[in-house]
Design a protein around this ligand. Structure first.
Ligand SMILES: NC(=O)c1ccc[n+]([C@@H]2O[C@H](COP(=O)([O-])OP(=O)(O)OC[C@H]3O[C@@H](n4cnc5c(N)ncnc54)[C@H](OP(=O)(O)O)[C@@H]3O)[C@@H](O)[C@H]2O)c1
Length: 266
């Protein structure tokens, strides 16, 4: 019988690619996001691959929406096997100039969204000895300049998931912390500026970045292999390694990368 995966933030980018990856592998899919139109298009593409697909329109920062998402997946498909906490937003702006509401918004979506969905899915995943996945970031290992809210939320997410993994050493629950490097998607267009408005365009050449499809495939393999961490891109691996052993060098290199971005605040 087909296994069931729940994916948040499935209307675009990495979440959309994960949905299509698992659809092609014959899994049942429960997909969540706020934008009904975009999520429906993704669901139709998954159904075209013969995957049983359910959509749930909701906001991960609202606990009741996460509860509804998990309960409707359970009612429709029965046992639940994998939860991918992928929904996320980013920001750009130095802390000195940034409204605190921006940082709170990032924490609500990236950290609390993960906690909310995990809380409601956990009893079902414990029953199947399934997997909880957090799509974090290299910014969850290395604090990035002009991304205080983003890095804080991803560090918090990783602390939560690592604690959860330790707590479940004897229960059979698998926890994967997946950290993509720069990946082509809408995240930088949607990133909030220091006043909380979407910045509207990306400072990077998106076509030069890792594709969302490659990230999805690597996450699929890491879940199958019950890996604890997945760190992607050469730049991402280097950032994590250098930050561990030479943190001052990592600060200088990171500052210079962000400084070179168009319209950099530095
Ligand atoms: N792209 C990168 O370079 C990169 C690198 C490292 C990590 N990541 C992480 O990868 C994850 C996916 O990002 P992406 O790059 O694929 O960006 P994206 O294309 O902007 O997708 C973000 C997804 O999250 C959903 N979302 C945002 N806020 C939500 C909320 N409050 N409730 C429910 N869903 C919400 C969006 O859907 P709706 O707008 O329809 O709600 C969308 O489906 C994020 O956690 C991000 O931090 C991305």
């Amino acid at each position: 019988m087909a296994q069931t995966i729940l994916i948040t933030g499935a209307s675009s980018g990495i979440g959309r690619a994960i949905a299509l990856e698992y659809a092609a592998k014959g899994w049942n899919l429960a997909l969540m996001a706020r934008n009904k139109e975009k999520l429906t298009i993704v669901a139709e593409a998954c159904k075209a691959l013969q995957a049983n697909t359910l959509i749930s329109i909701g906001d991960v920062s609202i606990e009741a929406d996460c509860q509804t998402f998990v309960e409707s997946a359970q009612r429709t498909f029965g046992d639940l096997h994998v939860l991918i906490n992928n929904a996320g937003i980013s920001m750009r702006g130095v802390f000195k100039d940034t409204d605190l509401s921006v940082l709170k918004n990032l924490m609500d979506v990236n950290f609390w969204g993960t906690v909310n969905c995990t809380k409601h899915a956990l009893p079902h995943l414990l029953k199947t000895k399934g997997s909880v996945v957090g799509v974090s970031s290299i910014a969850g290992f290395k604090g990035l300049p002009a991304r205080t809210g983003y890095s804080s939320s991803k560090f918090a997410m990783q602390g939560f998931l690592e604690s959860l993994r330790c707590e479940n050493l004897k229960t059979g629950l698998h926890v994967l912390i997946a950290c993509p490097g720069y990946t082509a998607s809408s995240i930088r267009e949607n990133a909030l500026d220091s006043k909380g408005k979407a910045q509207g365009k990306t400072p990077l050449k998106e076509d030069k970045l890792m594709s969302a499809e490659e990230v999805a495939e690597r996450i699929y393999q890491a879940v199958e292999g019950k890996k604890k961490y997945l760190i992607l891109t050469i730049q991402g691996k280097l950032a994590v390694f250098i930050n561990k052993w030479w943190p001052s060098l990592a600060d200088r290199l990171t500052y210079n990368v962000v400084k070179k971005e168009p319209n950099s605040p530095f």
